[in-house]
Design a protein around this ligand. Structure first.
Ligand code: 13P
Ligand code: SF4
Length: 302
């Protein structure tokens, strides 16, 4: 099948099944182009919670599709690639978290949305990179177990006197970005602004003009009058930024960094997902019920 035929079949099936396609900012360009909604983790969770579609095809990674299912359990939620996981999310297990909880019985558990559903079910509240600071500032406990990203935990600590107990997880895409390389890129483009994701290491964050989620980057590129921007996150977002702001110039902070799981979904996979209703996100009721409390609380801080 030619690309145009695949796209028109996707559109036909989408209408027939009353489906919507949610796409994360890191996905391949051709997947971004078929999105009903393109966004960051927080924005897409909100759409999943509010949409009246019967089917959600989630082009992203598993924790995102699981969050959509938890927020809309009555819907059929499909992840076109069963193997689209997130290495960061897999760095925290429920068993390890239970151990942490018994070590710090008075602490509140704030879990980054990049966690598996059973970890969310043991958390008090979730957050994304877009609202982590707000969420932490609003919990009443003085001690917070922040799971699983250590860099985001350390970043959030800058904005609160509460004691953040960081998990030792990291995202290889962001954590692997080295400050000397980022500095070289800044030196090459002295009139550009550097915006980075808070999953980056402290030394990279310290070089940035702005630290924000992928949704925050889209907003900054659109609303600021800066016309040269260095992007410190996964390279997929540059396609969207360039498309929406053709008069501006975007650079990656060093060589482009790619998340393999964000890139495995193809148009053929989306077609297969809609046609065969694969791969269904199915979670035990007791996990959905408990994880929903933490995700609903997160959505109070949109
Ligand atoms: P955002 O929520 O900022 O889109 O980030 C998601 C993610 O996976 C970062 O690596
Ligand atoms: Fe997970 Fe990192 Fe990929 Fe985001 S970029 S999905 S945190 S591995």
């Amino acid at each position: 099948m030619k690309r145009e035929e695949i796209i028109s079949e996707i559109q036909r099936l989408k209408q027939e099944k009353e489906a919507i396609i949610l796409v994360h900012n890191y996905q391949r360009p051709e997947i971004q182009d078929i999105a009903d909604y393109l966004g960051d983790s927080l924005g897409l969770s909100k759409i999943a919670a509010e949409s009246d579609a019967k089917v959600i095809v989630f082009c992203g990674v598993r924790f995102m599709a699981e969050s959509a299912k938890i927020l809309s359990p009555e819907k059929l939620v499909l992840l076109p690639r069963e193997d689209a996981g997130c290495e960061l999310a897999n760095m925290a297990t429920r068993e390890e978290l239970m151990g942490f909880k018994s070590k710090y019985p008075d602490a509140c558990v704030v879990s980054y949305v990049n966690t598996n559903a059973d970890v969310k079910a043991e958390s008090d509240v979730c957050c994304t990179s877009a609202n982590a600071v707000k969420v932490v500032q609003n919990v009443s406990a003085k001690q917070i177990i922040f799971v699983p990203d250590r860099n985001l935990a350390n970043y959030v600590q800058r904005f609160t006197d509460k004691e953040i107990i960081p998990w030792n997880g990291f995202c290889y895409v962001h954590d692997g970005m080295k400050s000397d390389v980022v500095k070289q890129t800044k030196d090459l483009h002295p009139d550009a602004k550097l915006i980075v994701h808070p999953e980056c290491q402290r030394e990279v964050i310290d070089l940035a003009d702005k630290v924000t989620s992928t949704g925050g980057m889209v907003k900054f590129a659109r609303e600021s009058n800066v016309d040269k921007i260095i992007i410190g996150t996964e390279e997929g977002i540059v396609y969207r930024l360039q498309k929406e702001n053709p008069q501006k110039t975007f650079y990656t902070a060093g060589s482009a960094r790619m998340c393999r799981n964000m890139k495995i979904t193809t148009l053929k996979d989306v077609l297969f997902a809609l046609r065969e209703e694969k791969y269904k996100i199915e979670l035990p009721d007791h996990i959905v019920e408990r994880a929903r409390i933490a995700l609903d609380k997160m959505l109070e801080y949109v």
